[in-house]
Design a protein around this ligand. Structure first.
Ligand SMILES: *Cc1c(COP(=O)(O)O)cnc(C)c1O
Length: 401
C-alpha cells in the first residue's frame, strides 16, 4: 500500500498489472474472428505489448492525458447529494475531460498505437456518439483520416455529437440495418475492417476480440489509479463502495481496476435496464447468457435459440447486447455485483444530480447515480460514483420518448 498512501500530488499513470494476461478472464474473452483478422490482431497485440514497455510511448501518452485531456480529473465531494442520500459520496469527474467523457482516455492511447503502426486510416463505431467524437478528435490531433459508423437511430437521438464528429473532419457513415443502433454499427464496421485489414479499428469499449479488452482496460485504468490516490488524500481511507454504469464496461473497469485487490471495497455495476424485462433491456449480465458475440466470449442478450438480440436502453451508450469478458468474470467470481437500472430510474438520477449539485450527468452515468442512491440510502457509507460523461447531449431530448 505504501506507493499510494497519502501522496500530495495525484499521479497520472496507467496500471501495469493489468498487462499480465493473454486476453482470457477465466473462461471468458479470447479471440473469435474470421481468419483474415487473425494476423492483424496478432500484430496489434504484439505492438501493444511492446509499446507499454516503451518509455517514450508512455511519456507521450501521459503528456497528452495531462495537457490535452486535462487529467487528473477531480474527485469531487458531492455534499448536497451526500446529505440527500445519507452517505458520503464522491464523484470521479470524467465528465470534465476534453470532449466530455472517459472515452478520450482510450482513444488517445489507441491513436498513439495506430500512429506507431503507421495506420493510414482509422475506423470506429459509436452509439451515444461520445466515442465517435473522441475518435474523430484523436484522428484530427494526429492528422489521420477517419470513418465513423453510427446507427441511423442513434444519429437521430444524439444529433449534437453527430455535428461535432462532422466538424472534426471525420466521415460519418450511417448504418440502417437491424434496429440501426450500436450492435449493427459494430457489425458493419467489422465487415469494413475484414475488407480493409490494414486500417486501424479503434474500439471504444472493453469488448471485442483480444487484445481489445486488455488494451481498453489498460488505457482506462488511469481512472481508478487516480481515484484511489485521491480518496486516500481526501479521507485517509478507502471507499466502502464504488459505482459505475456499464455499456461495454470501459468506464467501469477503469474505476474498478484501481480497487480490485482491495477486498473490503464493494463494487457495483449499473446496467442499462430499459424496462427491466426480457425483450426490453440492455442489462446483459442480469438477463443474458454466455455466448460468442462480436469476437469475444462473454455474456450476451440472446433469444431462445441462443442468437444475439437487439438491446433496449434510453441511453445510447448502454444500448448494447454484449459486455466485457472481464465484467463477466468479475460477476461469476462475485467480486462485483451488477444490477439493471430502469430508464425511469435513470431519468430521476439525471434530474437529481442536476438539481442538487449543478452537474448534469450523461444519461448513461445517471444509471450509476440511481443505483448508488438506492444502495447507499441512509447507510452512512463512503462511496465513489464514476461520472462517465456530461449530459449536454441529453438535455434537448425528450427523455420520456
Ligand atoms: C460510451 C459511454 C458509456 C458506456 O460505455 P462503457 O464502455 O461501458 O463505459 C457510458 N457513459 C458515457 C458518457 C459514454 O459515453
Amino acid at each position: 500500500m505504501e506507493t499510494t498512501t497519502l501522496k500530495q500530488n495525484v499521479e497520472v499513470s496507467p496500471l501495469s498489472e493489468m498487462l499480465n494476461h493473454n486476453g482470457q478472464y477465466g473462461d471468458y474473452g479470447g479471440s473469435y474472428v474470421p481468419p483474415v483478422l487473425a494476423k492483424p490482431l496478432e500484430r496489434l497485440a504484439d505492438t501493444f505489448n511492446s509499446l507499454v514497455q516503451d518509455s517514450s510511448f508512455i511519456k507521450e501518452y501521459i503528456y497528452l492525458l495531462k495537457q490535452y485531456v486535462g487529467r487528473p480529473s477531480p474527485l469531487y465531494y458531492a455534499k448536497r447529494l451526500s446529505e440527500h442520500i445519507g452517505s458520503t459520496i464522491y464523484l470521479k469527474r470524467e465528465d470534465l475531460n476534453h470532449t466530455g467523457s472517459h472515452k478520450i482516455n482510450n482513444t488517445i492511447g489507441q491513436i498513439l498505437v495506430a500512429k506507431r503502426m503507421g495506420a493510414k486510416e482509422i475506423i470506429a463505431e459509436t452509439g451515444a456518439g461520445q466515442h465517435g467524437v473522441a475518435t474523430a478528435t484523436a484522428a484530427a490531433l494526429m492528422g489521420i483520416p477517419c470513418k465513423i459508423f453510427m446507427g441511423a437511430k442513434d444519429i437521430k437521438r444524439q444529433s449534437l455529437n453527430v455535428s461535432r464528429i462532422k466538424l472534426l473532419g471525420a466521415e460519418l457513415i450511417p448504418t440502417e440495418s437491424g434496429t440501426a443502433t450500436l450492435k449493427d454499427a459494430v457489425d458493419i464496421a467489422l465487415g469494413y475492417y475484414i475488407e480493409h485489414p490494414d486500417s486501424f479499428y479503434l474500439l471504444g469499449s472493453q469488448v471485442g476480440p483480444h487484445p481489445y479488452p486488455k488494451m481498453v482496460g489498460y488505457f482506462q485504468s488511469v481512472i481508478g489509479q487516480e481515484a484511489r490516490q485521491q480518496i486516500l488524500n481526501a479521507e485517509g481511507r478507502l471507499p466502502q463502495a464504488i459505482f459505475a454504469c456499464i455499456g461495454g464496461g470501459s468506464n467501469a473497469i477503469g474505476l474498478f481496476s484501481g480497487f480490485l485487490n482491495d477486498k473490503e471495497v464493494e463494487i457495483y455495476g449499473a446496467e442499462g435496464g430499459g424496462e427491466a424485462h426480457e425483450g426490453n433491456t440492455a442489462a446483459t449480465i442480469s438477463f443474458g447468457k454466455p455466448a460468442v458475440f462480436q469476437g469475444t466470449y462473454s455474456y450476451c442478450l440472446v433469444d431462445k435459440d441462443g442468437n444475439p438480440v437487439e438491446s433496449h436502453s434510453i441511453a445510447a451508450g448502454l444500448d448494447y447486447p454484449g459486455i466485457s469478458p472481464q465484467h463477466a468474470y468479475l460477476n461469476d467470481t462475485k467480486r462485483a455485483s451488477y444490477y439493471p437500472v430502469t430508464d425511469e430510474a435513470a431519468i430521476v438520477g439525471f434530474k437529481l444530480l442536476s438539481q442538487l449539485e449543478g452537474i448534469t450527468p450523461a444519461i448513461e452515468s445517471s444509471h450509476a447515480i440511481a443505483l448508488a442512491a438506492k444502495i447507499l440510502k441512509n447507510k452512512e457509507m463512503l462511496a465513489i460514483i464514476n461520472l462517465s460523461g456530461r449530459g449536454d447531449k441529453d438535455v434537448d431530448r425528450d427523455l420520456n420518448e
